[in-house]
Design a binder for this molecule. Structure first.
Ligand SMILES: C[S@@+](CC[C@H](N)C(=O)[O-])C[C@H]1O[C@@H](n2cnc3c(N)ncnc32)[C@H](O)[C@@H]1O
Length: 228
């Protein structure tokens, strides 16, 4: 854990049992480092001089992007996320941001390379992303890496996510607004899981569905004592 800059009011925010969004200035960031500059190579000289206003937890204040990614890499979950991107990319940013929050291993984008990064709120810089042209390529990748594919959609024959046991080394595969998860994806998944709904809408937003499903995996497999 880095020594908080003197401009952060509390000497040790962790000791007070507060969460990462309650520590000090939060979204406004921190000003220039006060006192002698540390020589730890994880720190970014420019951030130390100018202040750090990025959307990162306080533990990573003043760290270089590379140092942050390397640190998350030491404790990423064996959870992969994939989203089909043949038509509509508007939810991918949300999916990437949530995947970052849960220290997902990699977000796989299937289909078009381009997607709107706005919703990711810069979290894509700290998240491993991989592109696959086709569902077939993704399935082959998962097979080669021993990752079990679970499709997420509310199609007939799906298993309720609320009671399903998700594999630990798992790839959760989401569809798009409109078509939903492709038939090829479902055919190659060990199961398709649905999120229980009770209202009038046929489905929920894919980004929201991804958040719910990722958290279902977290509840089953994550070591909660390691959360921020
Ligand atoms: C807006 S949905 C579209 C498809 C949906 N099957 C339909 O009939 O309208 C887009 C994606 O969000 C996810 N999704 C939405 N609602 C879901 C639910 N209740 N259970 C599981 N996944 C859901 C799935 O990955 C789905 O492919």
């Amino acid at each position: 854990m880095p020594k908080p800059g003197a401009s952060e009011s509390a000497a040790n925010p962790y000791a007070e049992g507060r969460g990462p969004t309650e520590w000090n200035e939060g979204r406004h960031g921190v000003g220039p480092w006060e006192g002698p500059l540390p020589d730890d190579p994880r720190y970014d000289p420019e951030l130390l001089t100018d202040g750090d206003h990025r959307n990162v937890v306080d533990a990573y204040r003043y760290w270089t992007r590379e140092a942050i990614v390397a640190d998350i890499d030491t404790r990423r979950h064996p959870l992969h996320i994939a989203i089909e991107n043949f038509e509509n990319d508007s939810n991918i940013g949300t999916v990437v941001r949530t995947a970052n929050a849960f220290a997902v291993d990699t977000v796989h984008i299937v289909g078009r390379r381009r997607w709107n990064r706005r919703g990711a709120m810069v979290t894509d810089r700290y998240q491993h992303l991989m592109h696959h042209d086709t569902v077939g390529e993704l399935i082959e990748w998962a097979h080669d890496h021993g990752v079990t594919v679970v499709a997420i959609d509310n199609t007939p024959g799906s298993v309720p996510l609320e009671t399903a046991e998700l594999p630990e080394k798992c790839l959760l595969l989401f569809g798009q607004e409109g078509p939903g998860v492709s038939a090829e994806a479902q055919d190659n998944a060990v199961m398709t899981c649905s999120i229980a709904q009770f209202g009038s809408t046929r489905s929920i937003n894919a980004g929201v569905a991804a958040g719910i499903a990722m958290h279902a995996w977290i509840r089953q497999h994550a070591d909660l004592s390691r959360a921020w």
